[in-house]
Design a protein around this ligand. Structure first.
Ligand SMILES: [Ca+2]
Length: 420
C-alpha cells in the first residue's frame, strides 16, 4: 500500500525528490529513474545522458545493505590506527616520494601542501591506488538517490557525476569507486571532483582513476581550498603532566601553545613545546593510558576531508613517518572492543545514577564523555571521559572480550537484559 502511494506520488509529481522503501521493486526504480531523467534534462544534460545513460542504470541492493549496516563493535583508536599506519605504508610512501619527487615538490610550491601529506592521504584513501573501489558509481548514486534516507544529497551527487561524464568524456563503466560514490586514487565524491579536480598531466582530461599526476594535483588543490595553512604541521604527539585535568582536552579548549607549555605539556620526547601563540587543542583518543596529541589548524582541515579525529591523527602521523620521523612514543593500550550494546548499557547506568548523558544510543558523543567524566570524578578515578575497563567493571557492564569473532547475538541479547 505504502509503495503504491509512493508510486502514485512519483507519477503525480515528477519534479519532487524521489524516494521509497528499502525493498524497491523494479517498477519503483524505473519510476524514480524517470524523475531523475527529468531533473537531468532540466540541468541541461544531453538527451543521450538523461535518457540512455540514466535508462541503463541498475539498482544495487548491496549499496542499501551497506548504507544500513551498523558496525557491531565501537571502533577503538589502537585498532583503527594500527591497521592504517603500517610499516608497509611508510616505506611505500617513501618510495613513491622518490618516484614522484619533481611533481610533489612543484605541488608543494604552488599549493603549500608538503609532499608527505599528499602521500599520506593517498595511502589512507586507496593504499596508493591499489584499491580504488569497484562499484559502478552511477548505479550506486542512483540507488541512493532513489532511497529515502539521503535522497536529496545523492540526487545532487548523481547529477554532478553525469555532468562529469560529459565534461571529461568518460564512460559509465569507467566510473567505478566506493559503494557511496567516491572515485579514483583519492576517493573524491562527484562534487569535489567537479569543483577541485585538476588536469595535472596536461592531457586535456581530468582523470582521477588513471592519472596519478591528476590525482595528486587535485588533492593538493582540494586541501588548499579546504584552508590548509602552509608552513604549519597537523599537530604532534605530546606528553601530558601526571596531574593533567582531562576536562581541558577537546576542541572546545583551544589555547596558545605557550599556555599549554605553562601547564606542563611537552613534546612527546619531553622537550619544550615552544613559546608560540599558535592555537591548539589536546586529543586523547584512547584515554589516559594511551597517547596524547596536540591538534593545530591543519588537523581540522584534514577533518574537512574526512570528519574523524582518528583519521586526522592517522594522516598526520603517517605523513610524519613518510618524512622520516619515528613511531609513537607512547604505546597503544590494549583496549577492550565494546559492542554498541555495552555502550548502551553504560549510558543507561549513567542516566539511572543521575549522570545525564541523553538518549542511550550506543554512540560515545560529547554528552556521554561528559557524563563519564563526572562519574569518574565522583569515584576518584582519572576523569578522562573514556570508558576504561575499570569503569565498565565498576558499574557492572560486562565488556566483550576481544574483536568481533566472539559475537553471539542471542547471548548478547541476554547480557543486555541482565545488565538493564
Ligand atoms: Ca589529465
Amino acid at each position: 500500500m505504502i509503495r503504491f502511494l509512493l508510486r502514485a506520488m512519483l507519477l503525480a509529481s515528477a519534479t519532487s525528490t524521489a524516494s521509497f522503501s528499502v525493498t524497491a521493486t523494479d517498477a519503483d526504480f524505473a519510476a524514480c529513474k524517470t524523475t531523475l531523467t527529468e531533473k537531468a534534462k532540466a540541468r541541461g544534460l544531453s538527451r543521450a545522458t538523461a535518457e540512455d545513460v540514466i535508462g541503463d542504470l541498475r539498482y544495487q541492493a548491496r549499496v542499501i545493505e551497506l548504507d544500513r549496516s551498523q558496525p557491531e563493535f565501537v571502533q577503538t583508536f589502537p585498532g583503527y590506527f594500527s591497521k592504517r599506519v603500517t610499516d608497509w605504508r611508510v616505506s611505500k610512501g617513501q618510495s613513491l616520494f622518490d618516484e614522484h619527487r619533481d611533481l610533489l615538490e612543484q605541488l608543494s610550491d604552488k599549493y603549500g601542501i608538503p609532499p608527505h601529506y599528499l602521500l599520506a592521504f593517498w595511502g589512507l584513501e586507496t593504499n596508493f591506488g591499489t584499491y580504488k573501489g569497484k562499484m559502478p558509481v552511477l548505479d550506486s548514486l542512483a540507488t541512493l538517490a532513489c532511497d529515502e534516507r539521503r535522497s536529496e544529497y545523492f540526487t545532487g551527487e548523481l547529477m554532478v557525476a553525469l555532468e562529469l561524464l560529459e565534461r571529461e568524456s568518460l564512460t559509465p563503466t569507467a566510473m567505478v569507486g566506493s559503494w557511496a560514490g567516491a572515485m579514483g586514487h583519492t576517493q573524491f565524491m562527484p562534487s569535489a571532483y567537479a569543483s577541485y579536480a585538476i588536469d595535472g598531466n596536461g592531457d586535456g582530461q581530468v582523470n582521477l582513476w588513471d592519472s596519478e599526476e591528476d590525482a595528486l594535483t587535485s588533492a593538493a588543490n582540494f586541501l588548499a581550498n579546504l584552508g590548509w595553512q602552509p608552513g604549519f604541521r597537523w599537530g604532534r604527539e605530546i606528553q601530558l603532566p601526571d596531574n593533567f585535568n582531562y576536562q581541558l582536552s577537546g576542541y572546545d579548549n583551544r589555547r596558545p601553545l605557550s599556555a599549554w607549555q605553562e601547564q606542563g605539556v611537552t613534546k612527546a620526547d619531553g622537550s619544550p613545546l615552544g613559546d608560540s601563540d599558535i592555537s591548539a587543542y589536546i586529543v586523547v583518543p584512547a584515554g589516559h593510558t594511551g597517547p596524547a596529541f596536540m591538534a593545530y589548524h591543519n588537523f581540522r582541515v584534514i577533518m574537512r576531508w574526512n570528519n574523524s579525529e582518528f583519521y586526522a591523527i592517522a594522516v598526520g602521523h603517517l605523513a610524519d613517518r613518510i618524512a622520516g620521523a619515528s613511531g609513537l612514543e607512547a604505546s597503544l593500550p590494549d583496549l577492550p572492543a565494546y559492542s554498541r550494546d555495552d555502550i548502551i548499557a553504560l549510558q543507561q547506568h549513567l542516566n539511572e545514577k543521575g549522570y545525564d548523558v541523553g538518549i542511550a544510543d550506543g554512540i560515545i558523543g560529547p554528552a556521554t564523555r561528559q557524563g563519564i567524566r563526572a562519574y569518574q570524578k565522583d569515584h576518584k578515578m582519572v576523569a578522562d571521559g573514556f570508558p576504561g575497563m575499570t569503569l565498565m567493571q565498576k558499574i557492572g557492564v560486562k565488556s566483550t572480550p576481544s574483536e568481533s569473532q566472539n559475537d553471539d547475538p542471542d547471548n548478547r541479547q541476554g547480557q543486555k537484559k541482565a545488565d538493564a
